[in-house]
Design a protein around this ligand. Structure first.
Ligand code: PXG
Length: 287
């Protein structure tokens, strides 16, 4: 496997980062998870834009232009001869000392691109649907670590994931301090009730797969409501599904022991899954 590291494609075994890199010491950095399908990188521009926005907000300078970043990603895919891949782009603050102070870092943000495969949930769950739970760990509010930043600091989500897996589940729904559903640990959440598609209006990462589903809904004239969603509304939904680059679109059939709709993946959900897969075949950058 070849990995892009600071301007060079190197062997995986030589892709080493300093233990003084603040990405390692403090989770001080940003990342993107991107997928390619049949040599098309899905919504690459949107991923690169989000990465640069996160870094802008965190005051990390990326030494590459967006065009050069695109080339680094495509070169990594080509070097690994991968047609269907999961791409991880990582930017860290760079090497500093043992203190938090970002000013002590050398100003050279580390840039890493890894192209590999990923399977988030067992394959059969995409057909029969997944059971998930809500967990006590709250989503960070926008006045703490804003969930819109795709930073390397995922401990909040990992704590929620630990709670889910301790209870025997693959995924957790997180809520804000008011009790409104925000998202899952690595996915956005959607409900369908009486033919209307709803999804949390705030407190979540603005997922690129979430936007793709909203685009499909708009095109197919499914009514959309971005709103405040409580647990009760999740329990009484006709259908529920999660979206994410790694997860793609996965049906949810039970939440906190409550059966959602018929207990089987819903008709509209299955339709969104089909249309999402159709979109991935044409909505991307070719390499
Ligand atoms: N919310 C959160 C908190 C995420 O981390 C999404 C939503 C979906 O966004 P996109 O743009 O991908 O549709 C994500 C992204 C994992 C894993 O191993 C998950 C993500 C990223 C990296 C790893 O579960 N999800």
């Amino acid at each position: 496997m070849k990995v892009y590291l600071n301007g060079q494609l190197v062997d995986k075994k030589d892709a080493n980062i300093s233990i003084f890199d603040h990405g390692f010491l403090y989770g001080d950095g940003a990342f993107e998870g991107i997928r390619s399908y049949g040599s098309f990188v899905f919504r690459l521009k949107e991923h690169i834009d989000r990465l640069y926005e996160t870094c802008h907000s965190m005051m990390i300078d990326i030494s590459l232009t967006k065009k050069q970043m695109e080339k680094a990603i495509l070169d990594t895919l080509k070097a690994n001869k991968l047609k269907d891949a999961y791409i991880r782009v990582i930017i860290t603050r760079g090497v500093g000392d043992l203190g938090l102070d970002p000013r002590k870092c050398n100003g050279n943000a580390s840039i890493i691109v890894i192209a590999d495969k990923i399977t988030l949930y067992p394959k059969e769950l995409y057909k029969k649907g997944m059971e998930i739970i809500t967990v006590p760990t709250l989503q960070n509010g926008p006045n703490a670590l804003n969930p819109q930043l795709k930073s390397l600091n995922y401990l909040n989500n990992i704590m929620a994931k630990v709670e889910a897996s301790n209870a025997g589940y693959n995924e957790a729904i997180m809520m804000d301090d008011q009790g409104y559903v925000t998202e899952c640990t690595g996915d956005n959440i959607f409900l369908i009730k009486n033919g209307i598609l709803s999804t949390p209006v705030q407190g979540h990462l603005k997922g690129i797969t979430r936007q793709a589903v909203l685009d499909i809904a708009k095109k197919t004239k499914v009514e959309i409501r971005e709103s405040f969603i409580t647990r009760h509304e999740v329990y009484i939904a006709d259908e529920c599904f999660l979206t994410g680059t790694a997860a793609e679109v996965i049906p949810i059939v039970k939440v906190d022991g409550r059966t959602i709709g018929s207990g089987k993946p819903g008709k509209l959900t299955l339709d969104f899954i089909d249309k999402f897969h159709a979109l991935t075949k044409k909505d991307g950058v070719k390499y």
